[in-house]
Write a protein that binds this ligand. Structure first.
Ligand SMILES: [Mg+2]
Length: 215
């Protein structure tokens, strides 16, 4: 049976179509334009290039523009959460009934994670939050931080499950031996992207069934 579960936060504990992450996305663009002074027409290209070369837009900004990561995270997470999120008592009940230890594993800041958890009413459901600050701004999918997380919680990869809406973030987890669950609405995905995914989950309410299978 699984002993622990790592949950991604954004677009996993709330649905992508609620619009919250699109708002964050717009703030990232504004940061590049207004603070870093990258011409508007070049912003999308820069973001793609930084994601590809450095894993996150933030890491590209740190390397190429000496951006203060705390300043960036504060700016892009300054979202009116009440416009997008409602308490999710069904999810809370489901999480509370799972006996596995539950952790947040996010490329966002722990401050953002706590605010989102508060709005969803899930603030008591997790044993810990492993955020981008904890790993000194190294993001998923850098495999080193997965190893550090396992060490921090004192667990073996084989005894764990990871849920994320991005397949790329699950690859290191799968490579280390965790059971991986790709979360998100059903959509056609090229088969080459599915090599390390153990399960696909279209609704979090189906999670207990998968965990029961592992027991
Ligand atoms: Mg996500």
């Amino acid at each position: 049976m699984a002993k622990f579960i790592l949950f991604d936060l954004d677009n996993t504990l709330y649905p992508r179509n609620c619009g919250l992450f699109d708002h964050i996305d717009r703030l990232i663009n504004r940061y590049l334009e207004e603070v870093v002074k990258i011409p508007a027409a070049a912003v999308d290209g820069k973001r793609r290039a930084y994601m590809k070369a450095h894993g996150t837009t933030l890491n590209g900004l740190i390397v190429h523009h000496q951006v203060d990561p705390c300043d960036y995270l504060k700016f892009v997470h300054d979202v009116p959460l009440a416009d997008y999120l409602n308490p999710d008592p069904k999810l809370k009940t489901m999480l509370c009934e799972l006996e596995e230890e539950k952790y947040i594993f996010s490329n966002a800041s722990s401050k953002h994670c706590r605010r989102v958890l508060d709005f969803l009413g899930l603030e008591d459901c997790f044993k810990g939050i492993y955020d981008i600050n904890y790993f000194n701004f190294r993001p998923k999918p850098e495999i080193a931080i997965y190893r550090e997380l396992l060490e921090a919680i004192g667990a073996r990869a084989e005894s764990g499950v990871m849920i994320d809406d991005m397949e790329v973030n699950l690859r290191p987890a799968g490579a280390l031996g965790m059971t991986t669950i790709l979360y998100g609405p059903a959509r056609p995905t090229p088969s080459r992207l599915q090599t390390n995914v153990s399960y696909r989950l279209h609704s979090l309410t189906d999670l207990p069934a998968i965990l029961a299978e592992l027991r």
